[in-house]
Design a protein around this ligand. Structure first.
Ligand SMILES: [Zn+2]
Length: 129
């Protein structure tokens, strides 16, 4: 009674961000919160969903592969070719956390929106949000 029911998938995906102590991101809630928000490809101006970044990655690592650090393109292709579902999900989760953290770093408006709605928890003492 009174217990907040959550999507089990969301529980599995909401977690501390590797390499960013104290930061937690609920990836499913972030996807819902940012639905309809877009970004533009810095290379050709194509408008794409900002989160999740799957379409953006597909575009960037496909259309603009020659402009991108080869290690990132290889990591994306390794993810695309991974046949072990559990491993593939973990790779995707890692990509989402990395991208989300970058996004929150460069887009203060989205960071504030995510923090204010409880989708993102920042480390204590990390300054104004
Ligand atoms: Zn482009």
């Amino acid at each position: 009674m009174g217990e907040h029911k959550r999507n089990p998938t969301a529980i599995n995906r909401a977690a501390a961000v590797p390499g960013a102590p104290g930061l937690t991101i609920d990836l499913d809630a972030m996807e819902k919160l940012l639905a309809g928000t877009t970004r533009f490809c810095e290379h050709c101006g194509l408008e794409l969903a900002i989160f999740p970044p799957d379409d953006f990655f597909e575009h960037l690592y496909g259309t603009h592969a020659g402009l991108i650090e080869p290690a990132f393109v290889e990591a994306w292709r390794a993810y695309q070719n991974e046949t072990d579902l559990a491993e593939r999900l973990e790779m995707h989760r890692s990509q989402l956390f990395g991208y989300a953290w970058q996004l929150l770093t460069v887009r203060y408006d989205l960071r504030k929106k995510c923090v204010d709605s409880g989708v993102v928890t920042l480390p204590a003492g990390s300054g104004p949000h």
